[in-house]
Design a protein around this ligand. Structure first.
Ligand code: ADP
Ligand code: MG
Length: 368
């Protein structure tokens, strides 16, 4: 085959943090549930949602995607990341989103408001006196006549930031006042736990919590195959099985293995076992670099002692940890909680632990 007629399709995988993938493996039901809330918002509990997961489980991609779906349902979306200037940023984003919708002429539900008035709401409010709640109320009252709602998404939630606390407490007032508003947040498990245990944010304990756990293999299988086929190549069944095993239900690993296997296949139309084996090798190194090392650097000696007592493969019963560490049951409870919150382990069945990050057991073994 000459170089000109050879396959040269663009790699469809997205191994970059925050990037919305071609296929959101394993999130279909969750996405449907959320879209229903945008369609029929009346006191739907999912309008206040927290997405919880370790690094690389797809929190940012999901927030971005849900924001996009909300926009399609006529909501105005303000995407932000927890930070000092977050509240101003939200006002700004609402101004931008509203004018964007209008200029793109998707403003079915916004006909009552002029471009200028919406765009100026946020701007005027930035300079006007009054706190954030007052400024937001001014926006809501303009949007009300057209029944347009506001979705606020906050990534990398952190309860130590006063702005996050202010947002959450003010949101409570919006809800009580019957505003059409949704708050979607995402964060690492231990950050979310800290936020929920705060006094002023305790009402969030009633928010809908969605844990972004491991994606079932059959979903990985399907999404991996479709990503490749839609982009113009095919994959052997054996190669697909091998890829799924290495991915271990983990979204970031899905993209790394896919990206590297695709590249390894070069001009070939079909991705084979050889290509995937090569791909996995590179993907594992990248995963160590970008996820495992960052996660493990935050672990304490106690955490490590717990992990060391775990079986490298399959589940480890709680009793085994007690026996191997020689510690008390309360010690096991403490470290179990810490490691669950760090996203390093999972407890698929009560009292049975597994590693939650693909390759974590091997990585820790090498580090010891
Ligand atoms: N459901 C999914 N299926 C496949 N890949 C995904 C999925 N969700 C996210 N990804 C990919 O995983 C990687 C990590 O996603 P990201 O949203 O940045 O994770 P987090 O914010 O939890 O760290 C990105 O490369 C993204 O494209
Ligand atoms: Mg993220």
């Amino acid at each position: 085959m000459s170089a000109i007629t050879a396959y040269n399709q663009t790699n469809p995988f997205t191994p970059m943090f925050g990037k919305v993938p071609a296929y959101m493996a394993g999130r279909e039901r969750l996405i449907d549930e959320m879209v229903q809330a945008f369609e029929l918002p009346d006191s739907n509990p999912n309008l206040c949602s927290i997405f919880v997961g370790a690094r690389g489980t797809g929190k940012t991609a999901l927030l971005t995607y849900l924001g996009y779906r909300a926009q399609q349902e006529g909501w105005i979306v303000a995407d932000t990341t927890a930070s000092r200037g977050m509240l101003d940023d939200i006002l700004q984003r609402i101004g931008d989103a509203a004018s964007h919708l209008l200029s793109a002429d998707c403003s079915r539900k916004l006909t009552g408001i002029g471009v200028a008035s919406i765009a100026s709401v946020s701007w005027e409010n930035n300079v006007a006196s009054g706190n954030w709640r007052t400024k937001m109320n001014a926006i809501f009252s303009q949007l009300e006549e057209t029944e347009t709602g506001v979705v606020i998404t906050v990534d990398e939630i952190d309860g130590d930031l006063p702005e996050v606390v202010e947002l959450v407490t003010t949101y409570q007032h919006f809800v009580r006042e019957g505003k059409k508003v949704a708050l979607l947040m995402a964060g690492l498990p231990y950050k979310v736990s800290a936020l929920l245990s705060g006094k002023s944010t305790s009402f969030l304990r009633r928010a809908a919590r969605h844990d972004l756990g491991a994606i079932p293999d059959y979903e990985v299988y399907e999404a991996f195959r479709l990503t490749i086929e839609d982009a113009g190549k095919a994959i052997d069944n054996n190669a697909l099985g091998l890829a799924c095993e290495a991915i271990g239900g983990f979204p970031f690993m899905f993209q790394l293995v896919g990206y590297r296997s695709w590249n390894a296949s070069r001009q070939d139309k079909t991705i084979t076992v050889d290509h995937v084996q090569n791909g996995i090798q590179v993907a594992r190194m990248e995963f160590e670099d970008r996820v495992l090392s960052a996660t493990c650097s935050e672990l304490s000696k106690g955490d490590m002692a717990f992990l060391k007592a775990m079986n490298r493969e399959g589940q480890t019963p709680r009793d085994e940890i007690v026996k191997r560490t020689g510690k008390k049951s309360s010690w096991v409870s403490t470290y179990k909680k810490r490691l669950l919150e760090a996203g390093v382990i999972d407890e698929p069945v009560a009292g049975e632990f597994v590693f939650a990050l693909p390759g974590a057991a091997e990585y820790l073994q090498e580090k010891r």
